[in-house]
Structure formats: C-alpha cells, structure tokens
Design a protein around this ligand. Structure first.
Ligand SMILES: [Zn+2]
Ligand SMILES: [Zn+2]
Ligand SMILES: [Zn+2]
Length: 291
C-alpha cells in the first residue's frame, strides 16, 4: 500500500509557503500559512458548525478569539467545519490550546493529528518471524505506541514487506533496538494509496465503490494475469503517460503538502488548487494531449 520515502529526513524544517501579496482581509486569507502548525478548534457537539456560520458571525468569533489571545496570524474555516487557528508563536499556541469558550461558544482546541503523532519508518525487518503485535511488544519500552508492517504487491499478490511504520508517543529517536539489532528511524512520508481492486489512486479496496478492473488495461473484464490489450493509465484511461500519471503526481504533492503543513489530505488538495489558480499563469499545453 505505502512505504517509506527517503526524501525527507527528520531534521528537515517544515516548509513555509511565502505569503504572496493579497489584498484579502489578513485574518481570513487562505494563502498565508504559518510555520507553526495550527490549532484545530471545533464547536462541541456541533460537527461542521463553522461552515454554517455567516461571515459576520465568523468575524465576531475571530474578534473574540483575538480579544482572548491577541490577534492570531491566520484563521481558516476547514472544509470539515472546524476552524484552523494559526498562531504567531508557541506561547500564543499554548494559550489557544487552553481555551474552551470563544464568543459564548463551547469549543475544544486540539493539536492537528499529524502533530500529536510522531511517525517514523524502519526498513529491513525480517518478515517471517514477528507479526505487528509481537513487534509492538518488543518496542513498547522505546515509546512506540503502534506498529504497522507495510504490505507489498507483486503481480497483484499481497505479501508483507520488510518496511515497518512506527508511531511514537513523542518525537522519534534516531534508532530503535529490535532483536539485538539497531534500526535507523526515518521520517515517515506515505506514498499515495492505490486500490488493489480498481487500481485507482487515493483509496484502498476496502473503501472502493468501483467494479474490479484489469490492472493493465483498466478493462472491466475479470483481471487477467496475461492481458493482451494495450496498457492504459488506470486513473484517466488514456494512453500511459511518459512523465507518470498526473493523478498520482498531484496526490503525491498533496501528501507532501499535508505532512509539511499539518493539515488533512482534503485540506491540502483544496489549498494546493487555490494556490495553483492564484499563483500560476494559465496552464501551458504541456499536459497530456487528449486523443
Ligand atoms: Zn478502487
Ligand atoms: Zn486488461
Ligand atoms: Zn492518466
């Protein structure tokens, strides 16, 4: 499904997108991202609350927030209806995390999921002996809270790989010890999911609503081991792209953005498309030509 990616090292600083000149109200401007990860503010027992709020009410909420913790760097209503509050500094962030009522609304203020979890990856863990539970037992005393051995697919057949993703309860160490061996822990950078049933990017077979397809030509006939039809891109059904599938590349970019900025994939895709449309010149004819 996914495995470690060597590009990112644990010490690499978070990417910061430069604010581009934008006359939109700073507090509601989507383009200015803080170096400090946001605090997620949700209305208690009111899922999606902030999406239904009128602009004027959102503004008075933001004004009251500023009254409580001083003006913040940026506020964004997230697509799920929570609010992302980007603080100027860690002191302000701590102050926001302590809030439980803003503008007479009961709220919970939390770290983003990616900030409250620390995930690293180790490679070369022998496959045969230990399942994830046994691995977790051996790693518990090294602050590992969850273990996930990555699967690999060879000719459509799934088998365990030697790559293991570890979740730590605090920033991960340089190495972990396992069975009298020492493994270097690298930052976990997931690769796009690919469905093993329809072979599209972005979901797994468990959550697939499409019919099964041939992994080579994308035809709807039962997957054949030796398909003789012309191989197609399984995301757009066009001829194979010389530079890789645009769907895969945009998904990978969104994954990297989500990780660098501590936001959800959904949020990352939205923001990247906003950034793309506001910072790029109209697309040139470099994309794959339609047949
Ligand atoms: Zn699928
Ligand atoms: Zn086929
Ligand atoms: Zn394609």
């Amino acid at each position: 499904m996914s495995e470690g990616d060597d590009e990112d090292s644990p010490s690499r600083p978070l990417k910061v997108l430069v604010d581009h000149a934008n006359p939109v109200q700073p507090s509601l401007c989507i383009s200015s991202l803080s170096k400090i990860a946001p605090v997620v503010v949700s209305a208690i027992d009111k899922p999606g609350f902030f999406l239904s709020l009128k602009f004027a009410d959102t503004k008075s909420f933001v004004d009251d927030l500023a009254r409580l913790v001083k003006p913040v760097k940026n506020v964004e209503v997230a697509s799920g209806g929570d609010i992302f509050v980007f603080p100027f500094d860690l002191e302000q962030k701590q102050a926001i995390l302590k809030l439980n009522c803003i503008n007479n609304l009961e709220v919970s203020c939390k770290l983003t999921k990616s900030e409250s979890e620390f995930r690293g990856v180790i490679v070369g863990v022998p496959v045969s002996e230990l399942d994830s539970e046994a691995l977790l037992d051996l790693l518990k005393d090294q602050r590992v809270t969850h273990v996930n051995r990555v699967n690999k697919f060879v000719d459509g057949v799934q088998s365990p790989s030697t790559v293991v993703v570890l979740t730590f309860s605090q920033p991960f160490p340089y190495r972990v010890r396992l069975c009298y061996r020492s493994f270097v822990v690298r930052a976990y950078s997931p690769k796009p999911m690919q469905c093993s049933k329809c072979h599209r990017i972005g979901h797994t077979a468990t959550h697939c609503n499409f019919p099964a397809r041939c992994p080579s030509c994308g035809g709807s006939q039962p997957p054949a081991a030796n398909c003789e039809s012309k191989a197609k891109c399984l995301n757009c059904q066009k001829d194979l792209h010389l530079t890789g599938s645009p769907a895969y590349i945009s998904h990978l970019n969104a994954l990297k953005f989500a990780r660098a900025n501590n936001v959800s994939m959904f949020e990352a895709k939205q923001r990247l498309s906003t950034l793309r449309s506001s910072t790029q010149t109209p697309p040139s004819a470099s994309g794959p030509a339609a047949p």
